[in-house]
Each structure stands twice: as structure tokens, then as C-alpha cells.
Design a protein around this ligand. Structure first.
Ligand code: NAD
Length: 281
């Protein structure tokens, strides 16, 4: 019998995270769930202390060895929750993964961060706010969520852009892929979980219903979980810094020619310079 893999799943009590945890357990993995209630580790990821406590408790339970991590904990764009959105959705991913890095390296682990197609479909997001969220300056980032009436979707898209950029920029570094760790992002679109149901029932319900989904309906949480389970498995070793959209076609519909996109040689560093020389020859 092979030793079961140890995989940490945040947001394991509900929605996509619960479906991921269930599937991993069904296939024989040991899951360490983290959530506000109902996980092996009960913690509030909206504060630095809660995140530090959660990160350490997971390391203790895992004995310093993690084979995988799926970071699902998050909040939707609810009015009044803007700061908490930045704290949980972005810092609750970056800080945990940074603390777990040695344990992830010990397991040559795959880590899956949950992004969102709101990254490419939300207008008026400040790039500075995204950078400040990545560096942990949430006071400044929060001040850029303007106008106030748009602050909830701006906070949400900012948090998800922050984890997506962080993952892509870190994934290729010696500390991560050089240490055997794969970082990738799964970007869902509308998915029928308690989070989406809350939005549909809230003041932005009408706007949410108008969000176009070429596939016809929101995905089920299990459909996203199936993809996350693949991405956290060794079968996905070739994926490094990938952002996988699984959104029923919304991003393709609204941003069809956005990615892949042609690139300028000067954006490609030494490789680009070599291409310029080759072209001139
Ligand atoms: P959900 O509300 O069903 O689950 C989110 C989980 O995160 C809950 O169990 C909740 O308790 C936990 N959580 C929230 N705040 C926390 C905190 N402070 N400390 C610890 N745990 C906390 O939502 P879901 O739809 O399954 O969302 C999972 C992920 O998918 C989120 O990152 C979300 O942003 C993302 N996402 C969801 C959708 C969608 O339409 N449902 C779309 C795109 C992205």
C-alpha cells in the first residue's frame, strides 16, 4: 500500500473546498481541512494572527511534510467586507503558502490557488492596489477601491489578481519550482455554491444574473473540484504558473483575443534580444 498523500485544503467546510476535500478523501488522501468552523484546523484567515496560527497548526498536523495544497477559502464581493476580502482571499493564500514552503518542498508538492474569472472581467481595477495587496500594504490598497459603490467587486477582483500574479511570478523561481513545488491557479466563473447563492440574493443579484455564461448555467462545485483534484495530483507536474479558466466560456466570450496574445521582443529579456539579433541577420 502506498503511503497516503497529505493535502491541506482551506475553505474545506463549504462549496468548492468541501467538494475537493471529499474527492481527495475518497481517493485515499489524508486531508487537513482549514476553515472558520468544521475543519481539522479551525482558524480565522482574516487576521495575521489567525493566519499564523492556521499555518503552524497545519505544519504540526502534517509533520512538516505536505504533498499538496488547495487554497479555496474566500469571500465573495459583499458590501462592507472589502478589507476582509483582501485579507482572506489574498493574504490568506500568500502568507499560508510562504509559511508552508519548506513542507511543500519536502513533498515536491502541487499547490492550487483558487482565482476567478473576475480578474479579466472587472473594469476599473487599480494595478497599484493589486501590487500593494501582494506586498501586504492593505491600508493603501483599500483606499484605491473607488468609487465607494464599486468597492466590493473591485476588492474581489484585486484580491484574485493579486494571487494570480503572485502565483505566476513566484512559480518560476528557484524557491518554488526549483524546490520541486508547482504553483498553479484555477479560475472559476459562476459556480453554484453558498457564496454565489448569497450574491444572487443580495443587492447585486440582478447584475450577477446578467453575467453571461455561454455554457448556459453556473457550474456545480464538484465540476471545479474535479479540475482542482487533477491539478493537485502528480499528473499535472508539467503545469507551472498556469491560470486555468473553468467558467463556462465567460472569459472567452468577453476577452476572446486577450490570451494568448502576441508579445514584443523587449518584453522577453535575453530571449527577446536573441530573437532581435536573429531577425536582423
Ligand atoms: P463558499 O462560501 O461555499 O466557501 C468558502 C469557504 O471559505 C467557506 O467554508 C468559508 O467558511 C471559508 N472562509 C471564508 N472566510 C474565512 C475566514 N476568514 N477564515 C477561514 N475560512 C474562511 O464559497 P465557494 O464558492 O466554494 O468559494 C471557494 C473559492 O472559489 C473562493 O476563493 C471563491 O472566491 C472562489 N470562486 C468562487 C466562485 C463562485 O461563483 N462560487 C467564482 C469564482 C471564484
Amino acid at each position: 500500500m502506498p503511503t497516503p498523500r497529505t493535502v491541506v485544503v482551506t475553505g474545506s467546510a463549504s462549496g468548492i473546498g468541501a467538494a475537493v476535500a471529499e474527492r481527495l478523501r475518497d481517493q485515499g488522501d489524508r486531508v487537513i481541512g482549514v476553515d472558520r468552523a468544521g475543519g481539522e484546523v479551525v482558524a480565522d484567515l482574516s487576521t495575521p494572527q489567525g493566519r499564523a496560527q492556521a499555518a503552524q497548526a497545519v505544519l504540526d498536523l502534517a509533520g512538516g511534510h505536505l504533498d499538496g495544497a488547495v487554497l479555496c477559502a474566500g469571500l465573495g464581493p459583499m458590501p462592507g467586507a472589502e478589507r476582509t476580502i483582501l485579507e482572506v482571499n489574498a493574504r490568506g493564500v500568500i502568507e499560508l503558502l510562504e509559511t508552508w514552503r519548506p513542507a511543500l518542498a519536502a513533498g515536491s508538492a502541487q499547490a492550487v490557488l483558487i482565482g476567478s474569472n473576475s480578474t479579466t472581467t472587472t473594469p476599473f481595477v487599480s494595478r497599484k492596489a493589486v501590487r500593494e495587496t501582494i506586498s501586504g500594504d492593505l491600508d493603501r490598497a483599500e483606499r484605491r477601491l473607488r468609487p465607494k459603490k464599486m468597492a466590493p467587486p473591485l476588492a474581489y477582483a484585486t484580491s484574485k489578481l493579486a494571487v494570480s500574479y503572485w502565483a505566476r511570478e513566484q512559480a518560476v523561481r528557484p524557491e518554488w519550482v526549483g524546490a520541486g513545488i508547482r504553483l498553479n491557479v484555477l479560475a472559476p466563473g459562476a459556480t453554484m455554491t453558498p457564496m454565489l447563492r448569497e450574491q444572487l440574493a443580495g443587492p447585486q443579484g440582478r447584475a450577477v444574473r446578467n453575467f453571461p455564461i455561454p455554457a448556459g448555467a453556473p457550474a456545480e462545485p464538484g465540476e471545479l473540484a474535479d479540475i482542482a483534484v487533477f491539478m493537485v495530483s502528480p499528473a499535472a507536474r508539467a503545469m507551472v504558473g498556469s491560470v486555468v479558466f473553468a467558467d463556462g466560456g465567460t472569459d472567452a466570450l468577453l476577452r476572446g483575443d486577450h490570451a494568448p496574445a502576441p508579445v514584443k521582443a523587449r518584453q522577453l529579456g535575453r530571449y527577446g534580444a536573441a530573437m532581435v539579433k536573429f531577425r536582423r541577420r
